[in-house]
Write a new protein. Structure first.
Length: 139
């Protein structure tokens, strides 16, 4: 899990994501080191690039997503998935009972878990079914 300070620029965030080969950074408050939000490639695309703003002129704190949605490390995968769906987020911060950050869960992690638990034909069938249900729901 990679972090960046609230007062860094969006440019610095994008560069760090590229260099570290990650799609998000947990944003921390430099004063107390606590997580304050998250900045993702999607945040940069929608709130910087698409707005025509220079990434060197905008601070991370202005484009990050907050508040963070957290989850207990002992929560089942199904609870994590439900939290992401209900909270409409793509990243869950894993924290212990004292609020210490242990890691982050992303949609990619679900793919890894599914591939470990299921035959790929079954995974493909479930994905196709979900896409079809979503398509009929949105029609």
């Amino acid at each position: 899990m990679e972090t960046i300070n609230l007062d860094n620029t969006a440019y610095e965030a994008a560069k760090k994501m590229r260099d570290r080969k990650v799609s998000s950074l947990v944003v921390v408050d430099g004063k107390n080191g606590r997580p304050a939000g998250i900045i993702t490639e999607r945040d940069l695309t929608r709130r910087v690039c698409a707005e025509g703003v220079s990434s060197r002129d905008v601070l991370v704190q202005k484009v990050m997503s907050a508040p963070l949605v957290t989850i207990d490390p002992n929560s089942p995968v199904e609870v994590a998935a439900d939290n992401m769906i209900h909270e409409k987020v793509r990243h869950l911060l894993v924290t212990d009972k004292d609020g210490k950050t242990l890691g982050i869960i992303t949609p990619t992690d679900f793919g890894k878990v599914l591939s470990e638990r299921m035959d790929m034909d079954e995974v493909n069938s479930l994905i196709l079914k979900a896409v079809q249900e979503e398509s009929s729901y949105n029609s």
